[in-house]
Each structure stands twice: as C-alpha cells, then as structure tokens.
Design a protein. Sequence first.
Length: 655
Amino acid sequence: MRSAASVLSLRTGAPAHNYLSTTRRCKPKIIGLHRRFAYAGTQMVFRWCLNRWYGMGTGSEAQNRKVQDWLARVDSGQLRLPSFQRGVAWDSNRVVSLLDTIIDDLPLGIALVLNVGDKEQFISRSLESAPETSEQVTEHLLDGQQRLTALYRALRDNDPQITYFVHFPVLDQNPGNDDHDVAVRKVARWTNASGTKFPMWVDSPSECLSRGMVPVRLLDPTFDRLDDWLSEATKVLEPGADIVELAEFKAAFMRASEYRSRAKSLISEKRETLKHFNLPYLSLPAQTSKSTALDVFVKMNTNAKPLKAHDIFVAELESITGRRLKEMEDELERRHPYLKKYFNMESAVLQTSALLQNKIPGQRGFFEMNHEVFVENWDVMSRGLVRSIQLVKSLRILDGERLPTAIPIPVVAALIANEPENGDERAAVDKLMRQYLWRSFFTSRYDSAAATRAFVDYRALKDVMDEVSSSSAVPILDDEWYSLPSRKDLKSAGWPKAKRSLSRAILAASTYFGARDFADDTKLNDENISSREYHHIFPDKLLKDARIESMLALNCALITWKTNRTIGRSAPIKYLEERAQRAPNEQDIERRLRTHLVPYQALKDAGPYEFGSSEELFAAVRHDFDRFLECRAVAIENFMRAVCSGDEPSLSDII
C-alpha cells in the first residue's frame, strides 16, 4: 500500500491541491460550451412553445432552484409526481452521465412543474424511494422526473443493485491507474444465498478510499457524513501500537491528518458544487386547466419513451376508479375478437368514450373525460363498437387493411350504441350511418383536423337522429362543402394498398358485390380475404413497357395468389381467353369480372400488342387503357353516388 505522503503528490509532480484545476483546464472546452448552448437552446425553445401554444408569457420565465432545495421538497412531500408518470426508466449509464454533468458544474435541461392550489388536479405519488409524508403538496413535477429521481436515489444510495462513486485519480493507490479526470463510476451489487452483499469492498471506507472511490452519497448536501467516513477510511494510516518513539508517532499522525485533510478538501469541493448546483425550472400556474397541463406534459415530455395520451388516461383511471383499462380492453377483445381486425382498440375505446361524454375524440377530450362516467359507459361504448363493425361488415369491408379510414368508426359507435336493434327506426338510422360512412371514405372531409371535424359531424348527426335538424346541417353530407370526387379524381387515385382513403374507397367499391375470383369463382369472404392479392388488371409489365403508370386504384382487383401468378405478364385479352377456356362459358368470366366492377368489353377489346417500336406500343396501350379507365370510373362513380345517398344498390344498378 502507498504511504500517505506518496498519495499526496501527483504522478506529474504537481501538488495534490492543484490537481483539479489542472485537469479542468485540460478538458476540451467544447464539451462545456456545447452543453451550455444546449441548455440555452432548450430554455428558449421551451419558453417559445409555452408562449406559442398557451400564451403563457410570464409563467414561462425560467426560475432557479438549487439541488439542495429540490431534495428538501422531495423529502417533505411538497413535490410529488402525477400518477400518470411512468416509473424509473433511466439505466445506470444515464445516471452516471447526469452525475458527471453535475460535478463538472455544467447545465442540465429545464424541469417543468405545475403549481398546486387548494386541491390537487391529479392523483399523485412520491418520487421513487422518497418518504410518504402528510405535508401539503405544492407542486407536481411534469417534466424532469427521471433526472430528479436518478439524482435523489444516487445521493441516498438506496438502489440495491448499484452504488455510485466519484473517482478521484489522485487518491487512487492502484499503480495501474492512469486516469486523470475526476469522474463518476458505478459498481454493480449482488447478494449471495447467505445474504452477504458483494463486492464487499464497497462497504469498507478504507478499501474505497484506497481505490480513490468516494461514494456519491457523501456529496448529499442534506447530510454531513464526510468526517465520519474519512475518519473510518484513514484509520489504517494512523500510527499503531508498534511505534514507541514519540517523534515517529507524531510524524505518522501528522501524515495521516494531512492526508485526511487533503482528501476532505478534494471531496468537499465537489460537495459544494453539488450543493449549489442550479436545476432551473418553468412553472405552470395553479389555475392552469387539467387538460392544458396534460397537453403541455405530452408535448414537452423529454423521456426516452414519451407517454401517450392513452398511457396517461390508463394511470389516472386506475388511480381514481381502481379499474385497469388493459384488462377491460382484453375482455372486450376476448368476447369480440374480430374487432381488432378493424382498428386499434386503445384509440377506438377512448375516442368513442369521449364522444359519449360529448368531448372531442382527441387528446384534449381524453383529458377532459370524467373517469367514473367512463366506467359507467363501458357497456354502452362496447355495444356501440360492436354494432359499428357489424355495419361496416355489411358494406362488405372485411378487415382494417381494406378499411378506407377508421376515423368515422367511433362516431358511428357513439351514435348507434343506444339505438334500437330492429324496426323502422333502426332501418332509418342504418341508412344515415351508411351514408355517413361512405362519404367519410370518398370525400376529403377527414384529410386534416380529423378529430375536430369528427366531433362536429357527430353532434350534427346526433341532432338529425334526435330530429332537431335535417341532414343538410351535417357538414360531411353537404355536397357544396365536401363534394364527391370527380371521374378525373377517380382515375388518378393511387394504388389502394397504400393508406389513402379515396384509393381504398375505390377498392371497397370493387369488392362490394363479392369480388369473385377470376379463375375459381370463389366469393370474397372473411376466411379467404387474407389470401387475396392486389392484382394489376392491365398487367404491370405491359404498362411499364409502354411507359404508362400502372399503380392506379382503378387498375386494381383482389384475386387469389394462384390466379395472380398465372396471369403474370400476359396482355388482358390473352389471360381472359385462358380463363374463358377453363370456365363453363365466356359469359361466366364476364359475370365474375362484373363483381369487381370491371368492364369486360373494354378488356376484351384491348390489344393484341405486337409492335416493334415503343411509340407504337405506347399509342396502342394508352388508347385501350384510357378506355378501360373511363368505363371503370363510370361504374365506380355510379356505385359511389348510390351508396353516398345511403342506398344499398344491386349489381345490375351499377354496371
């Protein structure tokens, strides 16, 4: 072991007390500058967002608060977490980075708190490992939980699996130590079967000090345990009973005292840095509405995995009612497994429930919902979702992959949840709902501001059902505001496998009458829809050779993979003839194509294409393809106008 005197000098020969200032000068300045600019930028963006979104001018001025004051508020229970906040998410590496930033006296990001008035707006809990107290809560921590929790637990050393240290190279007696910078280190802990905790040296002050490892808990400004720890750590340096000469005894005692004093000086400097370290924060006034506070939280949350509105609602629901939304959703899915084929259960449940409470089916509405009423409405909401999907299935839309848009589903669910299940009134309601659904699919009503527009349509449709107003007052049913797409729009709609409402609406039109397979005549149903493929009616290779766009909704049909592989690159007339040879007669093939709203004659008249030049091929294919698109657009348009009026047309009415 090194002597106390040898530990007091650096390998470079510089005095020990100059070590920290020397190493600080040697650190790359760019690190500190980068962090300071990042801090300034974060503060500026934070304040701009609060001003821009919520008009909080004075409330968005950053305030200073020392770490010591943050810890005191956590200990007293004045500062607590809203119940919707996640638990500890940071790993030990992020904690080390945080502690390094603090002992280097570099800035951290800004925290966000909500001031609490006479009554808490949220069910709250203490920070991880903080004591439960009866002190009145004055603040809720909205952003900064991970930082403050990590700091609190490291300083209190109450993580059973990790102990954090500050490594002082000048105190490290290991000859192989070549570190120069003071830095934070972590040591993993574990307990054996007999209850002994390892590594054992972590619990020995003298062993720690010989390694230059000082527990981070000694930097805690709330408690002053440094002298006791150093006294225990340096006992081995004090003169023993074997020294009989007074002069030798005094010299050894002085060396130990000087070593203890220098070590204390090094550690105390970092202790003072932490004690006065500033962790700034922005505060929202106590009168801030609950929905605004939650909206700010969602937008400003800096967690690696930010919470969604659904996560927040789940936590609040359990805190207030004791009900677990995940279990409720799982039970609904177990009873009606087909629901998950059409929509995301989490979103549909919250959106429908919000509408039933006359709230917008979006984040703001979720935060404004009454949780007890949410539970009371559960059966009604569930019945509405089931009936809405039954209605969608009656449109021959068999899964979510083919659903043009899920936006109108919660609207329909909320509207028909309490409606009679049979009789003339049910027929009238179903017709109105079919009209609403098809216009949702074909028009651009929900291309933007979907939640707001869905809420407006919901209230207007409810008035129609309550006989308060006529359907002309419903925005989405108004042709002047939201006209149906023109024939040109139908022709230019892209491939329906992409998530485009109009393209998928065209596909829905083409499957409405059964979409019988070209080859085996099987009708599209729940069992075989997953085996159907998106097929180019005018073959993709043919159109590409002619330099014509092939990925159009009007050029698509759902057929079985076997048929699709057989058709390959054939010209339309060629593969139609091949299909006709295997069918009972040509009329049977025509009948199958008509169930896709495909104009048989336009395909039959197309080709053949045996041209030497690409210009001739382009001209011939372009003529035939344009004719085909026009004929199919007419059929789709006929269908669209019928269903968007709430009718249930027959195939002979359309093509």
